[in-house]
Design a protein around this ligand. Structure first.
Ligand code: SF4
Length: 426
């Protein structure tokens, strides 16, 4: 069986690195058909300056477009759909991606969110509740999709790189629906109907710490990684930054969909070796729960998404001065057949994630109560708010006044960022 090829190039010149990375895969002419329509999909999902590493670096986007042009495609279109609540064009502008793409001579820049010519595609044998997706015709009919992610730590997925970047090809309604089901499985369901045939990952300054937004920390790493197999690429990147792939559940979902390979024996590395570029990053979401002995955790069978999210919530409690106020509570995550022994019912029992829906029902049937934070995984701020506010989520207040909710999140993020900076100086 032939192996998946992943190229790693360490250097300082983005253009040369991208060219070399593609040469190791056989050269741009062998990857991109002459006269074809090519979509370039960066990570431009949130507002962040080029220095913040929130989005793919503009230098990499420019290098990719210039390199793809050498294959003489008919058209190169840069396309993105930013996160819910974000404006795609604002994200592309603030990140420098818009200017870089224009300088590189891109033919068109499209905001997927505002596209109206959509095609509904049925997902065969879905592994999540996502039965079909609506995608822009121009995306579905393109000859190539070139995925250009940046590596970042990610609160609900542990990390984001090639596989997760595909989530940015859907509009808000589908995006929202993906968060209401098993997100990892939904991402792979999406991959099953819209595949990037080439991924070029930006690891020039990836983000460690508390990603994926402004609370993360860019690190000089100096690499470009490319592959036609997004699973092999993500697995290789994990090995480069010291992240054990067994700690990340969405590789299981990717394997289940047969989207690519994870095993080192099935991957051929070209260019630099993993050993040559290896540099462990601070992956804050997998540090374990022993760090918070004042809280009682019941985490068996919880996947990495909920564990990472909970770990982030604990750090947030500490840094925002809420930790001591809430100590002694019981926090339950993951699929459980029975109510864990020893938990106390009432507002000091917090159930996190849709996996605990069954327990919530059992507790209610027994005439007892608890706090329940739903979602799979729940939205980023919700476990923290469940603990500090002691109310269930989803909560009708969120729908009533989304502006207020957004403001709260922004205020907390700003304060968290300040506290993280202070802590680094200590
Ligand atoms: S609720 Fe949490 S633990 Fe359960 S499947 Fe979803 S993300 Fe995983």
């Amino acid at each position: 069986m032939s192996k998946s090829i992943v190229s790693i190039v360490k250097g300082t010149d983005a253009k040369k690195m991208v060219e070399d990375a593609l040469n190791h895969l056989g050269g741009v002419d062998s990857l991109i058909k002459e006269g074809s329509t090519v979509i370039v999909k960066p990570n431009g999902g949130h507002v962040g300056s080029p220095e913040s590493s929130v989005c793919t670096s503009p230098a990499v986007v420019k290098a990719v477009i210039e390199t793809l042009r050498k294959a003489n495609p008919k058209k190169i279109i840069l396309a993105e759909s930013s996160a819910i609540g974000c404006d795609t064009m604002e994200c592309l502008e603030v990140s420098g991606i818009l200017k870089a793409a224009e300088e590189a001579g891109v033919d068109d820049i499209r905001d997927i969110k505002s596209d109206t010519d959509l095609i509904r595609i049925q997902i065969q044998n879905p592994r999540s509740a996502l039965i079909n997706v609506k995608l822009p015709r121009f995306l579905v009919e393109a000859d190539h999709i070139v995925n250009v992610p940046i590596f970042k730590t990610h609160v609900s997925m542990v990390f984001t790189c090639a596989l997760k970047n595909i989530k940015g090809v859907v509009q808000d309604s589908i995006h929202g629906a993906m968060h209401m089901t098993d997100l990892a499985a939904a991402m792979m369901d999406l991959w099953s109907v819209i595949k990037a045939d080439l991924s070029i990952a930006d690891l020039i300054r990836p983000m460690e710490g508390f990603g994926p937004h402004t609370t993360g920390n860019p690190v000089d790493f100096g690499c470009i990684v490319a592959s036609q197999d997004p699973v092999a690429l993500d697995a290789t990147v994990c090995r480069m930054v010291g992240l054990d792939i067994n700690d990340v559940d969405y590789f299981k979902a990717a394997r289940d969909r047969e989207l690519g390979v994870v095993d080192e024996n099935e991957i051929e590395i070209r260019g630099n070796t993993i050993k040559e570029v290896y540099k462990p990053l601070h992956l804050s979401y997998l540090e374990g729960f022993a760090a918070w002995p004042e809280y009682n955790f019941y985490i068996e069978n919880a996947c990495s998404s909920c564990q990472g999210l909970m770990a982030f919530s604990m750090v947030k409690l500490k840094l925002l001065g809420e930790y001591d106020k809430n100590k002694g509570i019981d926090i339950v995550l993951g699929r459980k057949k029975e109510i864990p022994e020893g938990v106390r019912f009432g507002k000091d029992l917090i159930l996190v994630g849709d996996c605990t829906n069954f327990l919530k029902k059992k507790i209610k049937e027994a005439g007892k109560s608890c706090i329940h934070v739903g979602g799979c995984p729940p939205g980023e701020p919700l476990p923290y708010w469940g603990i500090t506010d002691r109310v269930d989520f989803p909560n009708p207040d969120l729908v009533k006044d989304p502006k207020k909710v957004r403001q709260r999140l922004e205020d907390e993020t700003e304060l968290l960022l300040k506290k993280i900076k202070e802590k680094k100086k200590e």
